[in-house]
Design a protein around this ligand. Sequence first.
Ligand SMILES: C[S@@+](CC[C@H](N)C(=O)[O-])C[C@H]1O[C@@H](n2cnc3c(N)ncnc32)[C@H](O)[C@@H]1O
Length: 251
Amino acid sequence: MLQAITHRMLLSANVGAGSSVLDIGCGVGGVSQLAARLVGPRGHVTGIDQSDAAISLATSLARSANLSNITYTNSTLEHANLDQQFDAVVGRAVLLFQPDVVTFLKKAARLVKPGGYIAFHEIDDGRQFQSRPKVEIWDLTMRALLSKLQQGCPQYDIAQRMVEVFALAGLPVPELTYEIPTAGGKAESLCLWATETLRSLSGNATHAQLADGYAMDWGALNLELQSAISSANAQVEFLGQVCAWARIPVC
Ligand SMILES: C[S@@+](CC[C@H](N)C(=O)[O-])C[C@H]1O[C@@H](n2cnc3c(N)ncnc32)[C@H](O)[C@@H]1O
């Protein structure tokens, strides 16, 4: 689901055969791999991340996927030693973590060729969720998830402020999409996504702590969510996904 949204953003940012792409905060390479398939053998993707462990895993995943047109480097954007400009500079779920997002965007924009694109896919950790009819356990799980995300992300509501931060960085008004992953039935993918994300943010604790005195085993929580959503004929929403992209003018 996430990959399909990012894929559409890359196409909107003109990433295609022969492009050069910089993926900032590439993690284990989800976005870099998408871009590498789009740019093909004549193009190239550079992924940078401040986490050494993420870069090691990204490198071995690219090798297993036979993608030889990606180079990964362990660096922050601030300290990256990049001596070229790119057709597209992209990132996913990375602005959320920046203490100074405007300075970060300015630095990213300097790495785009004139006429190229800057594009970010960010996750909206500032919006409340809906379940209709109301499914209490889904709402509790999502509230616990939002609280963890808001504690961990200095820019948790950045997805709602993309136009503002692009303007403050001297960039053109971005084009935007906002998608809310939504499901009914057992909503298996959303339930798994929610429980796995909450689990990783909880330091892989043995139980999910949903509220004071309300804890549940992770596997049981996943099944309980599916059953509650299905029996209520409910429609549930997950974290909103914003994509923002802009073309850097040719002076
Ligand atoms: C939530 S992960 C997203 C990873 C990847 N973009 C994805 O969507 O799968 C955020 C990543 O950004 C990296 N990161 C955060 N700030 C960074 C910075 N200033 N320079 C380089 N990497 C950064 C983190 O190390 C982490 O791997």
